[in-house]
Design a protein around this ligand. Sequence first.
Ligand SMILES: *Cc1c(COP(=O)(O)O)cnc(C)c1O
Length: 220
Amino acid sequence: MTLASIQSRLAQAVTDAGRDAGGVKLIAVSKVQPADRVRSVLEQGQRVFGENRVQEAFGRWPDFQAEFDGIELHLIGPLQTNKLNRALELFQAIHSLDRESLARKLSQAVQNRGRCPTLFVQVNTGREPQKAGIDPDGLDRFLDSCRTEFDLPIYGLMAIPPADEDPVPHFRMLRECAARNGLEGLSMGMSGDFETAIACGATHVRVGSAIFGERATPGP
Ligand SMILES: *Cc1c(COP(=O)(O)O)cnc(C)c1O
C-alpha cells in the first residue's frame, strides 16, 4: 500500500457516503515504524501523524519538525498524568482523554499554558474491561464535568471497537453519543475499517499499517 492509494480510497469512501470532500482527516499512524518509512510518507506530502507514546514521539518528531513545515501530531494512545506536560509540548490533538483525574490535570495545564489541544474523549464502546475509555453509560456525565467543572472544550469522541466484532454498531454508538452531546468530531476507523467508519460519519481516521506496512513489533 502507498499513501496515494489510501488517499484515493478515502476520497472514494467520502464520495460514496455523500459527504463533503475535506470532511475527513487522515491521521497516518507512525507508531513503531522505522524513521525511513516515516520520512518517505512526509516526502509524499502527508503532514498529520498519530503516535501512541509520548516518549517515542519525542524521539523523532522534533527533528522532523525542524525539517518539514506544518506537521500536526495527534496522541492516540494512553496518556499518563506524569507525561501530560510533555505531551502538550508536542501534540496538537489528544484522542485519549479517558478519566476524571486526567481531565483535572489537563485543565490545570491548559490554564497555565493558555492554549488547549484539540480534545477527544475515548469511549469504551465494547465495554471491554482491559481497554481504556469511558464507559458509554457514564459518558454524558463525564462530558458534563469536562465542561462545567474543568472548563475543557471537548471537540469529539474516539473509539477502538473490539478487534473481533463488526465495528459498525460501535461506530454508530459513537456517532449517537456525539450527536446527543453536540460534538462534532468522530475519531474512528483504522486500516481494516476506515471506509466503513467514513460511511458511519468519521471525521478523523487513524490509519497505520495500510500506509506504512506491517509494524515490526505489535503496537499496544
Ligand atoms: C495502532 C493504532 C491505530 C492504527 O492501526 P492500523 O490497524 O495499523 O491502522 C489506530 N488507532 C490506534 C488507537 C492505534 O493504537
